[in-house]
Design a protein around this ligand. Structure first.
Ligand SMILES: N[C@@H](CCC(=O)N[C@@H](CS)C(=O)NCC(=O)O)C(=O)O
Length: 209
């Protein structure tokens, strides 16, 4: 199988982290690729051009990190990330949705900043900055309440992929400030090899989004 990624995408990092957590390194080749160019080779594989994109051994093309992670998790017949139909289900779904919501906003903010200065929308930047600050504060409260304790979950990995190694990314996002519980939690989970081995490059290449 082949997983197309950029080394800076938190969504792609989540899929890479799941591969490491599941010990699937020998079964999935990781291929960094350029996105958001007029002629990205990814368009011939996945018309959306988004990463992560997974091509399975039988040529099936998957996108969406949640779907790719669920697929990777089921491969060995011993799922560890499945959200089961028990009393904890809605709490688990709520947390994952909240983390994705923060990341989706940060992605919009980062994309806006990657445009030429003259093309940037101050309104969008202000809106996404404020959203990210509110979300980090809410997630700090969730961490303080113990919601991110317990067995490893996609919500935990996604929160770590969104924040770990991404101080001031986008520039101006000081998510550690006033969020001591969140900050300490990220430092704790960051010891996992699935996170140390998928750290984004210190200075992202200009073309990677
Ligand atoms: N909801 C998608 C989001 C994926 C996404 O937006 N990926 C970005 C990189 S962070 C991308 O591929 N952008 C390229 C483009 O927009 O053409 C997921 O969870 O996989």
């Amino acid at each position: 199988m082949e997983l197309f990624v950029t080394l800076t995408s938190p969504y792609a990092r989540l899929a890479r982290a799941v591969i490491i957590e599941k010990g699937l390194q020998d079964r999935v080749k990781i291929t960094p690729i350029q996105t958001r160019t007029p002629d990205s080779p990814l368009y011939a594989i996945n018309p959306s051009g988004r990463v992560p994109t997974l091509v399975t051994d039988d040529g099936t093309v998957f996108e969406e990190s949640a779907v790719i992670c669920a697929f990777l998790d089921h491969l060995d017949g011993a799922r560890i990330f499945e959200i089961t139909h028990d009393d904890n289900r809605w709490a688990a779904l709520r947390l994952e949705a909240r983390v994705r919501s923060m990341l989706d906003g940060i992605a919009v903010w980062g994309r806006e900043l990657s445009r030429r200065k003259s093309e940037r929308s101050p309104g969008i930047i202000a809106h996404e900055t404020a959203r990210a600050v509110r979300m980090a504060r809410a997630l700090n409260d969730d961490v303080a309440a113990g919601s991110f304790d317990g067995p490893l979950s996609i919500a935990q990995l996604l929160l770590a992929c969104t924040l770990h190694g991404r101080e001031e990314r986008p520039p101006g996002f000081s998510w550690r400030q006033d969020n001591g519980d969140l900050s300490a939690w990220v430092d704790r989970i960051a010891a996992r090899p699935s996170l140390t081995e998928t750290l984004p490059p210190a200075h992202p290449p200009e073309t990677a989004r």
